[in-house]
Design a binder for this molecule. Structure first.
Ligand SMILES: O=C(O)CCC(=O)C(=O)O
Ligand SMILES: [Fe+2]
Length: 319
C-alpha cells in the first residue's frame, strides 16, 4: 500500500442516498490510513480550472510593486498577496520559495463584524485583472459547496448527524489560495523548499495542483511518497482542526513541496474552516473511557490565528 487512494465521489451527487455509505466508508478508511486521498467525480470542470490557471499566471507575472498593492502583511484579516519567503512552514528550513494570493469569505467594510474588528473578517482584496473577481468569488463559493459535500460524507462515516458540519460552515473562515512556485535551481536554492514540511491548520484541504509534480506526503511509516498530479482530481487532506475535532480518529499528515527543477509550478488549495466562533470540541462518538478527549476545546478563529502566528514572521510580531 504505497499510493494514495482515489475516491470517486460522484455518488454523493446522486438523488439516491443509498449510494452514499459506500463512499463514506472509503473516505473513512482513507482518513484513518493516510489522512490524504484524491477525489474524482466532483463537479468542478476543466474549463474552470483552465480559467483559474490562466488568471494565476497573469497575476503572478505582474511587477512586484503591482502585486504588493494588496500585500497580505499589511492586513489583519489575511487577504491578498504574500511575496516569496513570507511564510516559513518548516522552522528547521529556510523560508518557503513560493508566492501566494489568499482570499476568504467576503464581508464588506461596513459589516457589523468588520466594524467591530472581529479577527479574520473583512473584504477580499483582489488585483485589477479583468474577470478576476467574479471568477474567484464564484470558485470560492463552489469549493465551499464541494467541501460541505465531503464533510457530509465524513459526518456519515463518523456516525454523527449528516448536517453537523453544514450547520457550522456558514460564513466560514475558509481560505482559497493560489500559489506560484518559481523554478528551483540546484546551484542557488540550497535546501530552500517550495513548501516546508507541515500539517494543515483547518478541517479539510482540497488541493488542485498543475502537472509539474513535487507534492510529497509522509506515510504513516515515515516514508515520503510522491502525490503525483492526476488530471481532473483534487487532493484532499485532513487538517489539525479535524484531528482535534475527531480526537485523532482522523489525523493530519505532514506534506511538503519540492519544487521541480527548472519549471514553474502552480497550485490552488482550498482550506475549509468553520465559522470563527465554532467550538472545536471532541465530537460525539470520538472519545470513550479508554480514549478520553485529548485536546482542550478552542474556537476555530483562535486556533487558526495561533497557527498563522507560527508560520508568518509578521504575525509573530503582532501576537
Ligand atoms: O502546493 C501544494 O501542492 C501544496 C501546498 C500546501 O501544502 C499548503 O499550502 O498547505
Ligand atoms: Fe499544506
Amino acid at each position: 500500500m504505497n499510493s494514495l487512494p482515489i475516491i470517486d465521489i460522484a455518488p454523493l451527487y446522486a438523488d439516491d442516498a443509498s449510494a452514499w455509505p459506500a463512499v463514506a466508508e472509503q473516505i473513512d478508511r482513507a482518513c484513518r490510513d493516510w489522512g490524504f486521498f484524491y477525489i474524482v467525480g466532483h463537479p468542478i470542470g476543466a474549463e474552470r480550472i483552465d480559467a483559474l490557471l490562466s488568471a494565476a499566471k497573469s497575476f503572478f507575472a505582474l511587477p512586484a510593486e503591482e502585486k504588493l498593492r494588496i500585500d497580505i502583511t499589511q492586513t489583519a484579516h489575511h487577504r491578498g498577496y504574500g511575496a516569496i519567503a513570507t511564510e516559513q512552514l518548516d522552522p528547521s528550513k529556510p523560508s518557503d520559495l513560493k508566492e501566494t494570493f489568499d482570499m476568504g469569505f467576503h464581508m464588506p467594510a461596513d459589516h457589523p463584524e468588520v466594524l467591530a474588528g472581529k479577527p479574520l473578517r473583512g473584504p477580499n482584496r483582489h488585483p485589477e485583472i479583468p474577470g478576476w473577481e467574479v471568477l474567484m468569488e464564484q470558485h470560492y463559493s463552489d469549493m465551499q459547496d464541494l467541501a460541505k459535500t465531503l464533510l457530509r460524507a465524513m459526518a456519515m462515516a463518523l456516525e454523527i448527524e449528516h448536517d453537523f458540519f453544514d450547520a457550522r460552515f456558514h460564513e466560514p473562515i475558509s481560505v482559497l489560495r493560489m500559489i506560484h512556485y518559481p523554478p528551483r535551481h540546484t546551484a542557488t536554492s540550497g535546501d530552500q523548499q517550495g513548501a516546508g514540511a507541515h500539517t494543515d491548520y483547518g478541517c479539510i484541504t482540497l488541493l488542485y495542483q498543475d502537472d509539474a509534480g513535487g507534492l510529497q506526503v509522509r506515510a504513516r511509516d515515515g516514508e515520503w511518497i510522491d502525490a503525483p498530479p492526476i488530471a481532473g482530481s483534487f487532493v484532499v487532506n485532513i487538517g489539525d482542526m479535524m484531528a482535534r475535532w475527531s480526537n485523532d480518529r482522523y489525523t493530519s499528515t505532514p506534506h511538503r513541496v519540492i519544487s521541480p527543477l527548472g519549471v514553474d509550478r502552480y497550485s490552488m488549495p482550498f482550506f475549509a474552516e468553520p465559522h470563527p466562533d465554532t467550538l472545536i470540541d471532541c465530537l460525539p462518538n470520538c472519545s470513550s473511557a479508554d480514549d478520553p478527549a485529548k485536546y482542550t476545546p478552542v474556537t476555530s478563529a483562535e486556533y487558526l490565528l495561533s497557527r498563522f502566528a507560527d508560520t508568518y514572521a509578521y504575525r509573530r510580531e503582532e501576537a
